[in-house]
Design a binder for this molecule. Structure first.
Ligand code: PEP
Ligand code: CO
Length: 467
């Protein structure tokens, strides 16, 4: 496996970091920002956000960075999953709990199958803003301004609903706080206790082949716990058994929102974006001289950046230099979204370039966003087989290049939706109309997600056993 050495920062970087402020991005071109009709109201929203308590603490972000540092070294695996776009209308305890259940199930399958710690990172509690390829979209017979996520406008099919409203940023904060509060209670208050593994298997999953396979693992865990108790291990005191760390993340797209939630850490004096533990830059906003990269370069959170088939070696190395000048393990995750057909051709030179520049990044694969297609009847979907094919391509390339295939980035939901076609009990094109509720991109349902986890555990297993 490749090894890394840390490099001191250049004079340029030191100077830049001394001048940086959460508002520095304003001097740079910012892609994908809404056309706010009322700039005064944007300022008011930002002022209100700045006066509110942080959603997460700097110390928590540092813990996640340490955990991701373990991933960068090949000692853990990153499971980065959640909704494509969270909805203001879905703020219910069952919905939050069901998404958590499938995440815990996937993490269990991976930890058990691959014998590796799994870093659990949700696209949750802030994933409300969406980049769009066009400023307008066709809905039925009308051409409307594009829906940009509930942090910006509403998805209803009329022009008034699509007007960008800055007060939605404050609403997004409160929505995120409510979600995070429940997630903290679930993950620390007993629901994520390893003795509850059976409870995470929802009914519609339990009766499927994936659900039955999961039950076998759950029974194996029961047996192991009983065995350890019989050996005299005090399981009550092992807090890892009773709670999990669930970290939050979203695409840091709307810069006034991120600026408003950025605070100086009282312990270190460093700036942290306290809207989430990790924020990422999407494929459409990763311009190295752009506003997003400038903002991300100044905050000390762990950050991620996605890139698609257009990415060139120079761009990616320049991004790494801006976002990870200290060559710090865990600081930067690079998320590939290159497509099942092209990943094996496009990824190797990028891995080599990043390696030669000395950045100890986490390599993660998003097998969703470059495999989208539209059915003849106009429905957006993705094929389960393409998703698996891109993941296999990613594992092959990483293995050949001697880097750790550190993580996976998926869009899923705990609901029994029919949005992606295929899987063990296949969703067909004809099923797409049955339960299609995503606000943006098609998501894996709970059974398909579990299927991915089983296949990933198999791909990871030989490696972890070999090491
Ligand atoms: C997303 O993650 O929902 C997204 C829009 O990704 P990308 O920036 O890779 O297109
Ligand atoms: Co998406």
């Amino acid at each position: 496996r490749r090894v890394w050495c840390q490099k001191p920062m250049g004079a340029n970087t030191v100077e830049r970091s001394q001048q940086w402020s959460p508002a520095s991005w304003r001097d740079k071109p910012a892609a994908q920002q809404p056309d706010w009709p009322d700039q005064v109201a944007v300022g008011d929203a930002l002022a209100e956000l700045s006066s509110l308590p942080p959603l997460v603490f700097a110390g928590e972000s540092r813990e996640l960075k340490t955990a991701l540092g373990q991933v960068a070294e090949g000692k853990a695996f990153l499971l980065h999953v959640g909704d494509c776009a969270e909805s203001f209308r879905d703020l219910s305890a069952p919905r939050i709990r069901d998404n958590l259940k499938i995440m815990l199930q996937m993490a269990t399958v991976l930890t058990y199958g691959a014998a590796l710690p799994v870093v659990k990172l949700g696209r949750v509690a802030g994933q409300f803003a969406k980049p769009r390829s066009k400023p307008t979209e066709r809905v039925g017979d009308s051409e409307l301004p594009s829906f940009r996520g509930h942090m910006v406008n509403d998805d209803a099919a009329h022009a008034d609903a699509r007007i960008a409203d800055p007060r939605r940023m404050v609403q997004a904060y409160h929505q995120s706080a409510a979600r995070l509060n429940l997630l903290r209670a679930f993950t620390k208050g007993g629901f994520a206790d390893l003795r509850q593994v059976h409870r995470w298997n929802q009914e519609f999953v339990a009766h499927s082949p994936e659900g039955r396979r999961y039950e076998m693992i759950a029974r194996g865990i029961d047996d192991a716990l009983r065995f350890m108790a019989a050996c005299g291990v005090d399981l009550e005191r092992a807090h890892e058994m009773h709670q999990v760390d669930l970290w939050t993340s979203h695409e840091g797209l709307l810069l006034p929102y991120e600026e408003g939630l950025t605070r100086r850490d009282s312990l270190t004096g460093d700036w942290y974006d306290c809207s989430a533990h990790l924020i990422w830059i999407g494929e459409r906003t990763r311009q190295v001289d752009g506003a997003h990269v400038d903002f991300f370069a100044g905050v000390h959170n762990p950050v991620a950046c996605k890139f698609g088939p257009e990415a060139r070696e120079d761009d990616i190395v320049a991004l790494c230099e801006r976002l990870d000048p200290r060559r710090e393990p865990g600081r930067l995750t690079l998320i590939t979204r290159l497509g099942a057909d092209r990943i094996e051709e496009l990824l190797p030179p990028l891995i080599r370039a990043v390696h030669n520049a000395g950045h100890p990044v986490v390599w993660a694969c998003d097998p969703m966003h470059a495999n989208g297609l539209v059915t003849p009847s106009g429905v957006k979907t993705r094929h389960f087989d393409d998703i698996m094919r891109e993941l296999r391509g990613f594992f092959n390339v990483c293995t050949c290049e001697g880097v750790w295939p550190g993580g996976v980035h998926l869009e899923f939901t705990g609901d029994d939706v029919t949005e992606c076609v295929g899987g063990a009990e296949p969703v067909t094109e004809a099923d797409l109309g049955v339960h299609y509720s995503t606000l943006c991109d098609p998501r894996l349902n709970a059974r398909q997600s579990l299927d991915v986890a089983f296949q990933l555990a198999e791909m990871l297993r030989p490696k972890s056993v070999r090491d």
